[in-house]
Design a protein around this ligand. Structure first.
Ligand code: PEP
Length: 236
């Protein structure tokens, strides 16, 4: 099965950055990656690749919501995916499970595939309640329609941007628990949390891992080239 790679650029980049990035990026593999640039640069990134995702969307479809971007607007500018429930949104913008579910449902109603992020804090991991917590968070964040099409990204908060990664055993255990809790057990589950060119092969080789969500390392074109090459080897 083909492994999915999501590049989350977060609030980084500029038009010049995009041009420089794609000068050094291997275009043969560009279409196997879902690029999630800041919304303002979606059009610029679209000149180079076709699979684009937003980093978030509103729970509303349109109206007086200053600063918000709707799922249908993302579709309008060529997106096929949108990340919802990223831990930075949950932590800094109070996106609750209820809001994440509403965003995921808006995305689906607009024709996007949501990438629904879930994951536990360090404190919860240490209290041995990670599986219980994540499964509960999952159930409360996914769309109510059991036939809805979405991806899940398991991203332990303590591993995001910290250089720490979950062990293979922990990833397998968590992904298997998530598969069991999902209404559709063929839903892809990605791992995210300090994935880089040195650990990508090990993580992508795990059968329980459908792909990776990459933050920091996705801003370095050469690193992303390596990660994509590993994703191809991991399928063999
Ligand atoms: C992320 O953006 O979700 C992420 C996992 O970031 P990083 O790869 O930098 O940890």
């Amino acid at each position: 099965m083909e492994k999915i790679i999501v590049a989350n650029w977060k609030m980084n980049g500029s038009r010049e950055f995009v041009m420089e990035f794609f000068k050094n990026f291997n275009n043969n593999t560009a279409n196997q990656i879902i690029f999630c640039p800041p919304t303002l640069y979606i059009n610029t990134v679209k000149e180079y690749v076709s699979l684009i995702g937003g980093q978030d969307c509103s729970v509303h479809n349109s109206g007086a919501f200053t600063g918000e971007i709707s799922a249908s607007m993302l579709v309008d500018v060529g997106c096929r995916y949108v990340i919802v429930g990223h831990s930075e949104r949950r932590q800094y913008y109070q996106d609750s499970n209820e809001i994440v579910r509403a965003k995921a449902e808006q995305a689906i109603n607009s024709g996007l595939i949501p990438i629904i992020c879930i994951g536990e804090s360090q404190e919860i991991r240490h209290s041995n309640k990670a599986i219980e917590y994540v499964v509960e968070q999952l159930s409360a964040s996914v769309p109510l329609n059991k036939h809805a099409n979405y991806l899940v990204a398991y991203e332990p908060i303590w591993a995001i941007g910290t250089g720490l990664t979950a062990t293979s055993d922990d990833i397998i255990e968590m992904h298997n628990a998530i598969y069991k809790a999902l209404p559709n057990p063929t839903t892809p589950i990605l791992y995210g949390g300090s994935v880089n060119k040195d650990n990508a092969y090990t993580i992508l080789s795990l059968p329980a891992v459908s792909g990776v969500l990459v933050g920091g390392a996705s801003l370095r074109s050469q690193d992303l080239n390596h990660i994509v090459a590993f994703s191809e080897q991991a399928m063999l």
